[in-house]
Design a protein around this ligand. Structure first.
Ligand SMILES: C[S@@+](CC[C@H](N)C(=O)[O-])C[C@H]1O[C@@H](n2cnc3c(N)ncnc32)[C@H](O)[C@@H]1O
Length: 282
């Protein structure tokens, strides 16, 4: 059941008022210099090295494929490499064909949330600390970003994060069982603003169908973007997915989220942030 009042609060639509989370400008973090810069132009969706993208080169599929990773800035600093060497064997893995056994990977049974495109992982770490009762998997193709998350996890001793390197669509298709996820979060997906590049966007109807199939009944998909036209396209695709609807029940996970590193930049240029939230029909 969709409550119109709640729908207006939860889903930002251009002609409707107040999206759920419009954040104040946060401080600009100099470490952004190290972050992937992927929005507002037609650059590739990340700086990840193609030869490090474990999911590249598979057969054709319906979903938008991440095809054009560049190797620009794909190498790690010394401290990042050290953290990688220590932490990757413990909490990292590459995309593959085997279903994840998350209870054994995390060492416990807990609600499972996947964050797609975790970037440098600052929001991932914050969410994991704020929600110690969930198992959180960060999926990212950008190795230096994953390395920064590994550094954070090690430094702050965060027990409930695991990292997966590769294309999130491949991860969802091959490694995640149907109806196994409590949540999927996609914060600031690359907008590919040029019309001829829209086909590269991650969040299109087939990806919504895939995400919906992996969510448990009652599971939640939370998307945020600073790109108004992409927000509208995302909303249309999400609203058209028959397994998803506006959230009108209590969820086991929070809908609050930390400001992400990319979002800091969006605030800097005065962009409006749109949060869109769907629940899988029970
Ligand atoms: C604009 S950045 C946002 C990063 C982070 N969520 C934030 O808000 O700071 C988008 C991120 O998604 C990653 N990405 C893009 N397509 C992806 C895919 N198919 N699978 C996994 N990560 C992807 C990029 O490498 C990039 O780090």
């Amino acid at each position: 059941m969709i409550s119109p009042a709640r729908k207006d609060r939860l889903v930002c639509q251009p002609k409707r008022p107040a999206p759920v989370h419009i954040r104040d400008n946060g401080p600009v973090n100099q470490a952004d210099q190290d972050a992937p810069e992927t929005s507002r132009d037609d650059r590739s969706p990340s700086d990840a090295a193609a030869d490090e993208h474990a999911g590249a080169g598979r057969g054709s599929r319906l979903y938008p494929r991440v095809t054009s990773f560049r190797s620009r800035r794909g190498s790690l600093t010394g401290p990042q490499q050290s953290a990688w060497d220590r932490m990757w064997p413990k909490i990292g893995r590459d995309v593959g064909d085997d279903l994840l056994d998350t209870a054994s990977w995390f060492g416990r049974e807990a609600p499972l949330i996947i964050e797609i495109g975790s970037g440098t992982g600052t929001a991932t770490a914050a969410m994991a600390k704020a929600e110690p009762h969930v198992n959180l998997i960060a999926v990212e193709v950008y190795r230096p970003g994953l390395a920064q998350l590994l550094q954070l996890v090690e430094r702050e001793q965060i027990p409930n994060v695991r990292v997966l390197r590769g294309d999130a669509v491949e991860v969802l298709e091959h490694m995640v069982a149907p109806e196994s996820l409590t949540g999927v979060r996609v914060f600031f997906p690359d907008p590919w603003p040029k019309a001829r590049h829209h086909k590269r966007r991650l969040l299109q109807a087939p990806t919504f169908a895939l995400i919906a199939s992996r969510l448990k009944p009652g599971g939640v998909l939370h998307v945020a973007t600073d790109h108004a036209e992409y927000a509208e396209a995302i909303r249309e695709a999400g609203d058209a997915e028959p397994l998803l609807t506006e959230l009108d029940w209590e969820s086991p996970i929070t809908h609050e989220r930390p400001v992400t590193k990319f979002e800091d930049k969006a605030h800097q240029v005065g962009s409006t942030i749109t949060d869109l939230i769907w629940g899988k029909i029970k």
